[in-house]
Ligand binder design. Structure first.
Ligand code: ATP
Ligand code: MG
Length: 309
């Protein structure tokens, strides 16, 4: 659906984007993960034809958006990082404003506003002024504005920054629901847990470059970090250690202060095998705790620094 090819963007001496390429397939939730200043918003502005690249191209359904910006604009919805709403107008009037920009009028516009208010969960408050909204409600309205013209591709630039947990989980559910309805989504974030939860495929960006891409599983495999399982049994001697070490898939086992740390790669299989072996022996598990490698570990591994949080 969308191909970004060797994209560059300089702002004077600042190299905001330095030769990035990726492909988003129809039906995906595609993640763009990266810390402050990675170049995520710049990339989005180029895709949505608000900015011209210094080099490279963006192909939407096979055609360059540089040659024909209208072709993508009609099918694209963008949720900007900075909220673009009129605080003194009601939610309804804000949607009405954005709808008219997309060419919607009359009853068609009214129906779409009602549908969209439903999707973003604001129908009860849509006639209130935006200045009375919480941060989360503003974010949701901001998403609504991008949905009015039924886009096929929706780009969301950090849509959950600075909001309460409830609004955040509402937004994440909305993303999945929109995707189920057939909308392809590019989701930008610096929260790796969101990207892990939502995205089939992702790119990790840092300082204008893509430092890793693939499925979540492929990325996690980049770090040779193993799943770690800490287990505490009612019996904790050398005999236990020997038995646990003998389980297939356990590559290492060592005694920590009052528990045993086991390392291996396939967390779920490993966990099942450990539990069944322990119960065969008639031992009792007092505590068990599983730590799988995550995208945070991937980022740290690749850059030597942490994401924002
Ligand atoms: N209009 C501009 N003029 C000059 N420099 C800019 C402009 N827009 C972005 N930059 C610079 O380009 C780099 C990438 O910025 P960008 O906003 O794309 O990053 P980001 O990944 O979206 O970061 P954040 O997570 O903070 O939103 C930064 O160094 C930024 O200061
Ligand atoms: Mg940004």
């Amino acid at each position: 659906m969308l191909k970004v090819e060797n994209l560059y963007k300089n702002f004077g001496n600042v190299k905001a984007v330095e030769g990035i390429s990726f492909e988003v397939k129809k039906g995906q939730v595609f993640g763009l993960l990266g810390p402050n200043g990675a170049g995520k918003s710049t990339t989005i502005s180029i895709i949505s034809t608000l900015l011209k690249p210094s080099g490279g191209d963006v192909l939407f359904e096979g055609n360059s958006v540089l040659d024909n910006p209208a072709s993508i604009r009609r099918k694209l919805g963008v949720v900007p990082q900075d909220i673009a709403l009129y605080p003194t107008l009601t939610g309804y009037d804000n949607l009405s404003f954005w709808g008219s920009i997309y060419g919607l009028r009359g009853s068609q516009l009214k129906t779409r506003i009602e549908d969209v208010s439903d999707i973003i969960g604001l129908n009860g408050r849509i006639k209130d002024k935006v200045e009375k909204y919480s941060g989360g409600m503003k974010r949701r309205l901001n998403i609504g504005a991008a949905l009015l013209h039924k886009p096929e591709l929706l780009i969301m630039d950090e849509p959950t920054v600075g909001i309460d947990t409830q609004s955040r989980s509402h937004i994440l559910d909305t993303v999945l629901e929109l995707n189920r309805q057939g909308i392809t989504i590019i989701y930008t974030s610096h929260y790796m847990d969101e990207v892990e939860y939502l995205c089939n495929e992702l790119c990790i960006m840092d300082e204008g470059k893509i430092i890793a891409s693939g499925t979540r599983q492929e990325l996690v495999e980049l770090v040779r970090e193993k799943t770690r399982i800490n287990i505490k049994l009612n019996k904790m001697d050398e005999d236990v250690l020997t038995v646990l070490r003998g389980i297939e898939g356990v590559v290492d086992a060592k005694k920590d202060e009052d528990s045993i740390a086991l390392f291996g790669s396939n967390a779920d299989v490993l966990l099942a095998d450990i539990i069944s072996r322990v119960s065969e022996k008639g031992w009792l598990i007092e505590t068990i705790d599983v730590k799988k490698p995550n995208l945070k570990a991937v980022f740290l591994h690749l850059t030597g620094k942490a994401l924002r949080d």
